[in-house]
Design a protein. Structure first.
Lengths: 117, 112
């Protein structure tokens, strides 16, 4: 079974530019999450998709961030325009809810390291 | 979401058993306790999950007391490759999704 894959693994852009991160979850996983770690701080939740619907986007820092999951498969996270403080590692994770009694753990990708200069 | 507290770092030697305790005093009734392991330049990797009592799998055991206000991850006979950051998370108590909150984690250093 292929794991969660993220692309690119690294991205270096200048302030003001646009970057789009992609996440391919494990096939069949309805839940998709974006997290990020900035400047060596704790990993923070950004948002949660259930299939193509945004279930919770309370962690999105501002309107420069736009996440989509058209068709409920892969997801993209666009940062436009990028700012210096957006530098960090962006993780994607997916999970499959088996039933109401069992919690399926999150499967994380290896992240995209974003550097804004 | 329940806040967790765990040691910032721990040292151990190869072959020893390592126990990492996490406090989560505000855990909700339907929250699960999940532990993740993270190596540099990789995403967190699921280790074990439990709700109460004891859970054991091929890599670790998780001990949860009756009040569920803490939990202990036990790694038997660690090796150098177990050097990593270990995160204790609680959550996932509702059907809207298991959004989890990461704390600072415990940096485990296994020495030869």
């Amino acid at each position: 079974e292929a794991g969660v894959t993220q692309f690119p693994s690294h991205s270096v852009i200048e302030k003001g530019q646009t970057v789009t991160l992609r996440c391919d979850p494990i096939s069949g996983h309805d839940n998709l999450y974006w997290y990020r770690r900035v400047m060596g701080k704790e990993i923070k939740f950004l948002l949660h998709f259930v299939k193509e619907s945004k279930q919770d986007e309370s962690g999105m820092p501002n309107n420069r961030f736009l996440a989509e999951r058209t068709g409920g498969t892969y997801s993209t996270l666009k940062v436009q325009p990028a700012e210096l403080e957006d530098s960090g590692v962006y993780f994607c994770a997916s999970s499959q809810e088996l039933n109401t009694e069992v919690r399926s753990p999150l499967h994380f990708g290896n992240g995209t390291r974003l550097t804004v200069t | 979401l329940a806040k967790t507290t765990q040691p910032i770092s721990m040292d151990s030697y190869e072959g020893q058993e390592v126990n990492i305790t996490c406090s989560h005093n505000n855990i909700a009734t339907n929250d699960y306790i999940t532990w993740y392991q993270q190596f540099p330049s990789q995403g967190p990797r699921f280790i074990i999950q439990g709700y109460k009592t004891k859970v054991t799998n091929e890599v670790a055991s998780l001990f949860i007391p009756a009040d569920r206000k803490s939990s202990t991850l036990s790694l038997p006979r660690v090796s150098l490759s177990d050097t990593a950051v270990y995160y204790c998370l609680v959550g996932g108590g509702n059907n809207a999704g298991n959004m989890l909150t990461f704390g600072g984690g415990t940096r485990l250093m296994v020495k030869p």
